[in-house]
Unconditional design. Structure first.
Length: 524
């Protein structure tokens, strides 16, 4: 005789074995225990609550913030013969009443609800739940309860009432975000300290991680798509709505079928574009990070970032949407000086208290460290999630180990230019002006401010402008230089002193010289 869990797995879902820790979780929850499951995107979290819900009496209640996907999830379950429904604000009263009745009559196996509809326990939905029989609570995207995280939703804080109101109903919380810190916060806030904690392997070996200096991002992207991913489906992330639009137009103009997605588009367009991306082959979705949570498309072959993500967690989740089918996929990120300046500036100017700004800065620092590392990207990435590993052989730094060079003297030149502007002139400027000064360029702005009289004028002419931008970017990434004010001008940081005095050496990543195109028609 097969075990009941395996029986449900094969009879209902058509799979012959559990993956990773699924079986352990399923059996624990089916027996009435609580669980906290940290598993990467595509790892198979859904079965961890779907199977026990089918094994237990009553209805499994799934709390999910992904209202837009509830219909899809319910359709997919219905197709398997699982009785599923959802309650959310998009429904008309008749639909709602039908689902409520099905719930009370236990004619449902799974019921999806939005966190806000539980309203801390006083809402219509909460009162409904009190009148029915509940098999379990699944709390999906559980990292939304963590204030430290990047997806915090206040409604999730109210979910601690589930335990107080229904102490005998098992709860399983699931997330793909698993820094030790977020993990601890979920556990505390949802009162899951005594639950079974499962952390599944976060490595996604089929994803090749690559982080490139940003020169002409759209062209670089086009190259990548044409040479490595012709006809493939993929996601391109941009920071702003306007760059989503222009990038999508650019790709279409260059013969690549692309669709835009961002929160500024009307609901209909978003829904259409999302479902086309899911159903058609070879479409490229150009999107802000508003797109992607809960999207289950197995054959996304690449995820490209044209702007720097704000945190490693965000980067990991977004890139994790590639290659869910296990086949080789690419995670490509282009990152440049302007990204660092812009993000540092945004944190400086952000609302919220000092502790909040410090948290944002720490998250950005970790992301920058990943970008600037000369070691294996995957080793860094996994270390961020508390896992040790060996160099992977499938990331850019493993495939082409970057050279380093001693940038101590250029770093000192740059910092002393910033210092002189500040001390001798009481001025601060952006990166461009300092670079022009070092290169000895008599631009209008240099002459106007008599910056050609500074003692550092022209002393850096041995490096190219691009190399200087690399130096500034890496100094900013390393915290050896700071950004201040609404214009993002350069300023010394606390850590600048030892470099200025040449007490500290500054090794930097050597970057490929930018390929000159167009003019000679031949890549040099
Ligand atoms: P997650 O929610 O963790 O991102 P899903 O639950 O959506 O992942 O599962 C990802 C994919 O893996 C789905 O297509 C699912 O059907 C498949 N899958 C999950 N568990 C198994 C299993 N035990 N055997 C085969 N396929 C599985
Ligand atoms: Zn590697």
């Amino acid at each position: 005789m097969t075990a009941p869990a395996l029986d449900v797995l094969s009879r209902v879902f058509g799979y012959d074995s559990f993956r990773g820790p699924q079986q352990q979780v399923v059996e624990h929850v089916a027996a009435g225990g609580d669980a906290l499951v940290l598993m990467p995107t595509g790892g198979g979290k859904s079965l961890c609550y779907q199977v026990p819900a089918l094994l237990r009496d009553g209805v499994g209640v799934v709390v999910s913030p992904l209202i837009a996907l509830m219909q899809d999830q319910v359709d997919a379950l219905t197709a398997l013969g699982v009785r599923a429904g959802f309650l959310n604000s998009s429904q008309d009263p008749d639909e709602r009443r039908a689902v409520e009745q099905a719930f009370l009559a236990e004619e449902l196996d799974l019921l999806y609800v939005a966190p806000e509809s539980l309203g801390g326990g006083e809402s219509r939905t909460a009162r409904l739940l009190e009148r029915g029989r509940i098999a379990l609570f699944a709390i999906d995207e559980a990292h939304c309860v963590a204030q430290w995280g990047h997806d915090f939703r206040p409604d999730y804080l109210g979910l601690s009432m589930l335990h107080e109101k229904w102490p005998d109903v098992p709860r399983v919380a699931l997330t793909a975000t698993a820094t030790p810190r977020t993990h601890a916060e979920i556990s505390t806030r949802l009162q899951l300290d005594d639950a079974l904690h499962v952390v599944a392997g976060f490595d996604r070996p089929n994803i090749q991680y690559r982080i490139a200096p940003k020169n002409e991002p759209r062209k670089q992207l086009l190259d990548l798509l044409r040479t490595e991913h012709p006809g493939d489906a993929g996601i391109v992330y941009c920071l702003s709505r306007s760059s989503v639009e222009t990038t999508a137009e650019f790709l279409v103009k260059n013969g690549i079928p692309a669709l835009p997605y961002h929160a500024g588009l009307d609901q209909r367009t978003r829904a259409t574009n999302q479902s086309r991306f899911l159903r058609e082959d070879g479409l490229v979705m150009v999107a802000t990070i508003a797109f992607g949570m809960g999207i289950d498309k197995p054959d996304v072959r690449f995820v490209a970032h044209l702007d720097l993500p704000k945190s490693v967690e965000g980067y990991y989740q977004e890139t994790g949407r590639a290659g869910r089918d296990g086949l080789p996929s690419t995670a490509w990120l282009a990152y440049g000086l302007a990204d660092v300046v812009q993000q540092r500036k945004m944190i400086e100017g952000s609302e919220g208290d000092l502790a909040h700004r410090r948290m944002l800065a720490a998250q950005l620092d970790a992301m920058l460290a990943l970008c600037e590392t000369v070691e294996c990207r995957r080793v860094r990435l996994l270390a961020h999630f508390g896992q040790q590993s060996e160099p992977c052989g499938n990331c850019d730094t493993c495939l082409v180990p970057p050279e380093t060079w001693d940038a101590t003297i250029p770093a000192q030149m740059l910092l002393s230019t910033v210092l002189r502007l500040q001390r001798e002139r009481g001025q601060s400027f952006g990166a461009g002006q300092s670079i022009d000064i070092l290169l000895g360029k008599r631009t209008e702005k240099v002459v106007q401010h008599a910056h050609d009289q500074l003692s550092t004028f022209g002393i850096g002419a041995d490096l190219s402008e691009q190399q200087w931008r690399g130096v500034v970017r890496q100094l900013l990434a390393l915290g050896l230089l700071a950004v201040q004010g609404e214009y993002g001008t350069l300023a010394l940081s606390e850590a600048s002193g030892p470099v200025l005095r040449r007490e500290q050496s500054v090794p930097m990543r050597r970057e490929p010289e930018r390929v000159a195109r167009g003019r000679t028609g031949k890549a040099a």
